[in-house]
Design a protein. Structure first.
Length: 242
């Protein structure tokens, strides 16, 4: 598979939707994860990322920037995007973050935890649920990426794909996103997660993503670098609404 330049992919796609990148830093010292939200409607754009604490552990959530603008079903735009369970970091584009978190606590695998979920209930788009799990333990790192989507727009069948990466390579990662581009209805992501470069420090990596996302449609960005040797992490959050 040809390695692609993440910024080029983003610049050339007006609306990739929500996206997740997981990989390993150039120097091999950090596990890397990035997640961003985008929106075309006022409701979808009315969001920010905030950091909170639950039971001594950080949670990153989406939150309405202006509470008065909330309309319809808020569960599709208000959710925990990142949770941590011991040495495992869960990052997703919806409330399946909690489903995975509870499943792992019960001893289920990442894939088993997602069996009870399917694509989002936002016909006619049937937005895919994209999820990731990073395992950083005792100097070792591996990750998994999942997508749950309708069968080419047919809501009667859920396609479930899980991709696992047990030996991440320095400076490389995998990128998955909800949509192939703009449209009505929005076309769901197709194929395997795209192999992309992971370049620069956390500030450089996050800045390059943020500056490459469509200026009108981008909403928020969260990036975490986890030290593979110690488990300590650094984070960056960008919100268009401040």
């Amino acid at each position: 598979m040809e390695i692609k330049t993440l910024t080029k992919l983003l610049t050339e796609n007006e609306y990739p939707g929500r996206g997740i990148v997981v990989g390993k830093s150039e120097d091999g010292k950090s596990a890397v994860v990035a997640y961003w939200t985008m929106g075309r409607s006022a409701g979808s754009r009315n969001r920010i990322f905030v950091k909170e604490e639950e039971n001594g552990t950080e949670v990153v959530r989406t939150k309405a920037f202006d509470e008065k603008l909330i309309a319809g079903d808020p569960s599709l735009i208000i959710y925990a995007a990142m949770r941590q369970l011991g040495n495992q970091t869960i990052v997703t584009n919806g409330d399946q973050t909690d489903t995975i978190f509870e499943g792992l606590k019960k001893g289920l695998t990442f894939e088993q935890s997602l069996r009870e979920r399917k694509y989002e209930h936002d016909a006619p788009n049937y937005t895919p649920r994209i999820s990731s799990l990073l395992n950083v333990d005792s100097g070792k790192f591996d990750y998994a990426i999942s997508i749950l989507k309708s069968d080419n727009g047919n809501p009667d069948n859920t396609i479930r794909n899980t991709f696992t990466f047990d030996n991440p390579q320095n400076g490389k990662g995998h990128f998955i996103h909800t949509y192939m581009g703009n449209g009505n209805p929005l076309p769901s992501f197709e194929g395997e997660p795209e192999l992309v470069e992971v370049k620069g420090s956390i500030d450089e990596f996050a800045g390059n993503i943020w500056n490459s996302l469509n200026a009108d449609n981008k909403v928020s960005l969260f990036v975490r670098f986890i030290d593979i040797a110690t488990g300590e992490f650094k984070e960056v959050i960008f919100n268009k609404n401040n």
